[in-house]
Design a protein around this ligand. Structure first.
Ligand code: BGC
Length: 752
């Protein structure tokens, strides 16, 4: 095939090749029947298929054909269930095959830098390991159906404000350890056939023109073999983008892109070989997909709806359950408050918006599950009308209904405009009317449960007054059915937060520098994103990363490691036991974090390095095993341009959440990489003291000097002297140690 592609390209004219490197129409590539090159259709993603027939747009304004709407990534991520996410990807791939779509634009592996980002609902997590694992499985699922996933938005696309032009200024280590790591794992393990370059700039260079990003890192370092597609209308300098490694410009450019490529080749600033290599990458994927095309297939809508329910069940997070207010009894009087109970929010706004096959309504599902209960509804607040008087009336009516009930369930959450492509939120607050409603209801009803629908974290000023809180995120078309099951205990909640919920906005890591000034945003919090920040600063969040309750309980025990000392080239096996000590079957997400002890590099207090979700019946106990490789202990060393482990002790922490660590073991890892240091006269005594040749000489010089009064102050003399430059040794020894001897010492140290 490869040989034929090359031959085919050699027959194509420059004009034809330049045309193929841009879209043929809004959602399609250009076909060349005379060469047997088919037109291909690209469609959003990521949590379902948004195939538009007529009047295309990339902002989600016009209707698309019906498809299954799965929970958005923010919720899906809380399942921490790789297999489930793969199943969802597979279902989306199957729908794409059915509908004649060849590329699904997603998943999104951008990190949740701030809970304010309007598109957080489309992203998985604040943690790169979790995000990359889930994205990889999503990709594998889609591609198992012969459809290409387009991993997006590569990279550092973490805000919507000024999204087309913003320059994300990020230091190299943060870039590697946080923002790129999320894509790296997804590319290496998921092997997407296409990657979408983001709109923004990174350190001054647009992603779509960023050679380092698209060629050096993506292709050369990570081994990406597919082609890079632009985000819609992202490209302005088509020739430069091509040179950088951007293969397909989408959607159409009315011939502008094509002319730029042709002119640059004619002028000699771009080589035709570069264009040929890019066309080859595009064709390789197109032909692969064509070979995998299945005609005349259909998918089972009912099964996909059931899968959407299964995904929603695992995506919802039980945040509070005081006095076991949940599960609800199916008898008695239940008050249901809030318009989201009748008109649910189940997805975000923008290009990912889906026209669902079948939408379940929470109020109906609740009634269906509890036919013997006396269920009353009251609106409580208006989403459309913010008139205080109107709402005061609605609130007092809801209070009255709540007062007469045994338990009240309030549906609260963010209106659609808050979780939206193209816009960031200004704060983390729910609309104030909802907070007032919850306050007022809690005054008359002790058993109040809040069900939240939102794409990202919200503040909960009423948290101490309510008995129960369910975070349902944006749960897709079957969210209502899943929620009713969880409320009444037909199913056991098993989701855990994939992001931290802060108590208030000003505690968030990027608070001071989000969304930046003019067209620049500096990532000054560096590595300390999400729980890495809250841990290091010592702030108690509202709900920590990895947290979520169940209707049963789990006991952790017996941590075992297969070695206490290892080289960074070896793997470490860790196992623990987890037992269901409650009365119901449940699923537990076991999380493994690694902490470096006494590190000389600045590191987070701990980082997620492995996780597993296990299902356990009452009294059942299972062993959970993890394998950790070098990367689990490494940081990105900017001078080495590589991941590096510093020899030393590491703690293996296993627990129920980032703030509930139950088991712990300490091991040592030794680096096999010898760091070459360059010593100069400006190096310090501490720098050389580990070198045997220096040790003896330096100790001798120091001990022959007068003892300073630091000893009597109880200060460690070595550490005070450690900061002194080597150049001072001649003076300290009063000339006994000559400059020539010192120069020779430095020379010999540098030889080693
Ligand atoms: C979005 C992408 C989307 C594309 C096509 C852009 O505005 O950023 O995520 O895939 O439109 O709809």
């Amino acid at each position: 095939m490869e040989k034929n592609i090359k031959k085919l390209i050699s027959k194509m004219t420059l004009d034809e090749k330049a045309s193929l490197s841009g879209g043929g129409s809004f959602w399609r590539t250009k076909g060349f029947p005379k060469y047997g090159i088919p037109e291909m259709m690209l469609t959003d993603g990521p949590h379902g298929l948004r195939k538009q027939d007529e009047t295309p747009d990339h902002l989600g304004m016009n209707e698309s054909i019906p498809s299954t709407c799965f929970p958005t990534a923010a919720g899906l991520a809380c399942s921490w269930n790789r297999g489930l996410i793969k199943e969802v990807g597979t279902a989306i791939g199957e729908e794409a095959q059915t509908e004649g779509v060849q590329f699904v634009l997603g998943p999104g592996a951008n990190i949740k830098r701030s809970p304010l980002c309007g598109r957080n609902f489309e992203y998985y997590s604040e943690d790169p390991y979790l995000s990359s694992q889930l994205a990889a499985n999503h990709i594998q699922g889609i591609q198992s159906q012969g459809i290409s996933a387009s991993l997006k938005h590569f990279a550092v696309n973490n805000q919507e404000t000024n999204r087309f032009n913003i320059d994300a200024v990020v230091d190299e280590r943060t870039l590697r350890e946080i923002y790129l790591a999320s894509f790296e794992g997804a590319v290496i393990e998921g092997r997407p056939w296409t990657v979408m370059a983001a709109y923004n700039k990174i350190n001054g260079v647009f992603c779509s023109q960023n050679k380092r990003l698209l060629t050096d890192i993506l292709r050369k370092e990570w081994g990406f073999k597919g082609f890079v597609v632009s985000d819609w209308f992202a490209v302005s300098e088509r020739d430069k983008a091509l040179e950088a490694g951007l293969d397909l410009e989408m959607p159409i450019s009315a011939g502008v892109g094509k002319s730029k490529i042709i002119d640059a080749i004619k002028k000699g600033s771009l080589s035709e070989t570069t264009l040929d290599a890019s066309i080859e990458r595009i064709l390789r994927v197109i032909f692969k997909i064509s070979d995998l095309k299945r005609n005349g297939i259909s998918y089972n809508k009912k099964n996909h709806h059931s899968l959407a329910k299964k995904a929603a069940l695992e995506s919802m997070v039980l945040l509070k359950n005081e006095d076991k207010v949940l599960p609800l009894s199916k008898k008695g009087k239940i008050a249901i408050i809030g318009p989201f109970a009748k008109k649910p929010r189940y997805q975000g706004a923008g290009s990912s918006r889906i026209n669902p096959n079948q939408l379940d309504i929470p109020f109906d599902q609740i009634k269906k599950l509890a036919p013997d209960a006396e269920i009353t509804y009251s609106q409580g607040y208006s989403l459309e009308n913010s008139d205080q008087e109107v709402n005061d009336g609605l609130i007092s009516e809801a209070v009255e209904v709540s007062q007469k009930s045994d338990v009240t369930v309030i549906f609260a959450g963010l209106p659609e405009m808050y979780d939206m492509e193209g816009r960031d939120r200004k704060d983390l607050k729910l609309p104030s009317l909802q907070n007032t409603l919850i306050d007022q209801v809690c005054k008359v009803q002790k058993k109040t449960v809040v069900v939240l629908t939102n794409g990202s974290a919200v503040e909960m000023p009423w948290i101490n007054d309510v008995k129960g809180v369910f975070e349902s995120y944006l749960g897709g078309e079957a969210m209502a059915d899943a929620l009713a099951d969880l409320l009444f205990g037909e199913n056991n909640p098993s989701g855990k937060l994939a992001e931290t919920f802060p108590k208030q906005l000003n505690q968030t890591p990027s608070f001071i520098n989000f969304p930046g000034e003019k067209d620049k945003v500096e990532y000054r919090e560096g590595l300390f994103v999400g729980y890495r920040h809250y841990d290091k600063i010592g702030i108690e969040p509202l709900f920590p990363f990895g947290y979520g309750l169940s209707y049963t309980d789990f006991k952790y025990s017996n941590i075992q490691v297969d070695k206490r000392k290892l080289l960074d080239t070896q793997e470490l096996q860790v196992s623990i036991k987890v037992k269901n000590i409650g009365k119901r079957t449940g699923k537990e997400i076991v999380q493994l974090y690694v902490k470096e002890n006494n590190s000389s590099v600045i590191r987070p207090l701990k980082e997620l390095k492995a996780f597993k979700k296990v299902e356990l019946e009452p009294d059942e106990e299972k062993s959970v095993r993890f394998t950790l490789g070098k990367r689990a202990f490494a940081y990105y060393d900017v001078s080495l341009h590589d991941w590096h482990v510093k020899s030393g002790k590491f703690e293996i922490l296993v627990g129920k959440s980032s703030r509930d660590i139950l088991l712990n073991e300490t091991i040592s890892v030794e680096s096999t990489v010898k760091l070459k240091k360059k010593y100069t006269l400006d190096s310090t005594i501490a720098d050389v003291m580990h070198e045997p040749a220096a040790q003896a000489i330096v100790s001798m010089i120091i001990s022959s000097t007068e003892r300073s009064n630091t000893d009597s102050l109880g200060i460690d003399r070595e550490s005070v002297l450690g900061g002194i430059k080597l150049s001072s040794l001649v003076a300290i020894s009063q000339g006994k140690y000559t400059q020539m001897k010192l120069n020779n010492l430095i020379k010999s140290l540098n030889k080693n």
